[in-house]
Design a protein around this ligand. Structure first.
Ligand SMILES: Nc1ncnc2c1ncn2[C@@H]1O[C@H](COP(=O)(O)OP(=O)(O)OP(=O)(O)O)[C@@H](O)[C@H]1O
Ligand SMILES: [Mg+2]
Length: 268
C-alpha cells in the first residue's frame, strides 16, 4: 500500500492511566530472525471494544497472542518490549503466566475445546482456580453458555463430548469457557469466522453487553462487524499500526474502506 496517506493518521492516546486496561510499549515479536511485529505502542481503553483489522499476514494474531503471552508456546518466537497491565510489565520472566491468563482470557481463531464434556469445558479452569461449590459451578455453566448464545442448544446434553458439537457451536463453547472465569480483559481472534450469521449476531450482542464489565480486544476480518461493535479500531499493516482512532473516524479513510474490497491488493 505505497500510497497510504499518512498525513491525517492518528494513534489515539489516553492521558489518564486509569482509563487504560492494558497497553504495549515498543512491542516487537520475532519468529527466528524475522521481525514480525515492529515496535507497537497501543493503549486499550477499559470497558470498550477495540477492533484490530488489517490484511492477512499483517500480524494481528501474533500481536494479540503477545498480550497474554501465548507466543511463549511457540519455540521460535521472541517478544521484546513492555506489556503494561495494572502497572506491571507482563513481559517479564517472573510473571506467573497462568494467573495472568485468568485475568486476560483468549478465544482463538480455530475452536479448540478440550476433549471433555461440554460441562467440563466450562468447569475445568474454575475448579483449578478453587471453585468447588456444585451450585455455583452449575450457575457459571448456565450463565456463560447463555452469554455465548449456546445454552438453549445444549442445556439437555451437558455431558456430551464437546467434540461432537458443530464448529460454530464449538467456538461458542470456547467463548463461554473464556467468560466463565470472568477475566478482566477478553482477547478474541476472529471468534465469528466459523459462525453462521445468527450465531454471529448473538456473539456480537453478548460482546456489546459484556463491555459494561470487560475490556474486549477483537481481531476481525469483517469490516461490518468492526463497524457494528467496536468503539476504537487499530489498523495493522505489515507488523505496524498505521492508524488507531475511534472506529467512525477510521472507517471514513478511503484506504481502509478499500481493504474491505476482496479485489483490493495491499501491494498496489
Ligand atoms: N508460529 C509461527 N512461526 C513463524 N512464522 C509465523 C508463525 N505464526 C505466524 N507467523 C508469520 O507471521 C506473519 C503474521 O501472522 P499472523 O498470524 O499474526 O497474521 P494475521 O494478521 O493474524 O493473519 P490472518 O488474518 O490470516 O489471520 C505471517 O507471515 C505468518 O506466516
Ligand atoms: Mg490471524
Amino acid at each position: 500500500m505505497k500510497n497510504y496517506d499518512t498525513t491525517q493518521t492518528a494513534l489515539q492516546q489516553f492521558k489518564d492511566p486509569a482509563q487504560v486496561a492494558i497497553s504495549t510499549e515498543a512491542l516487537h515479536v520475532y519468529y527466528g530472525q524475522h521481525e514480525q511485529i515492529k515496535g507497537i505502542d497501543l493503549q486499550f481503553p477499559k470497558q470498550q471494544i477495540t477492533a484490530i483489522i488489517g490484511a492477512s499476514g499483517s500480524g494481528k494474531s501474533t500481536y494479540l497472542r503477545a498480550l497474554n503471552r501465548m507466543n511463549d508456546e511457540i519455540p521460535t518466537a521472541k517478544v521484546t518490549g513492555k506489556i503494561l497491565y495494572h502497572g506491571l510489565d507482563m513481559n517479564q520472566k517472573q510473571i506467573d503466566v497462568y494467573q495472568m491468563r485468568r485475568q486476560i482470557g483468549m478465544v482463538f481463531q480455530r475452536p479448540n475445546p478440550f476433549a471433555k464434556s461440554i460441562r467440563e469445558n466450562i468447569t475445568f479452569a474454575l475448579k483449578r482456580y478453587g471453585l468447588k461449590n456444585r451450585d455455583a459451578l452449575a450457575q457459571r455453566v448456565e450463565t456463560s453458555l447463555q452469554q455465548a448464545g449456546l445454552w438453549e442448544q445444549v442445556k439437555d446434553q451437558l455431558d456430551k463430548s464437546a467434540l461432537a458439537l458443530s464448529g460454530g457451536q464449538q467456538q461458542r463453547l470456547c467463548i463461554a469457557r473464556a467468560l466463565a472465569v470472568q477475566p478482566e480483559i477478553l482477547l478474541l481472534d476472529e471468534p465469528a469466522s466459523a459462525l453462521d450469521p445468527v450465531s454471529t449476531r448473538i456473539v456480537e450482542d453478548t460482546l456489546n453487553e459484556l463491555k459494561q464489565a470487560y475490556t474486549i480486544i477483537i481481531v476481525t476480518h469483517n469490516m461490518q462487524q468492526a463497524a457494528r461493535i467496536s468503539d476504537s479500531t487499530a489498523f495493522f499493516y505489515n507488523g505496524q499500526v498505521l492508524e488507531y482512532a475511534p472506529t467512525k473516524q477510521v472507517f471514513t479513510r478511503p484506504q481502509i474502506q478499500a481493504t474491505n474490497d476482496p479485489n483490493y491488493s495491499y501491494e498496489v
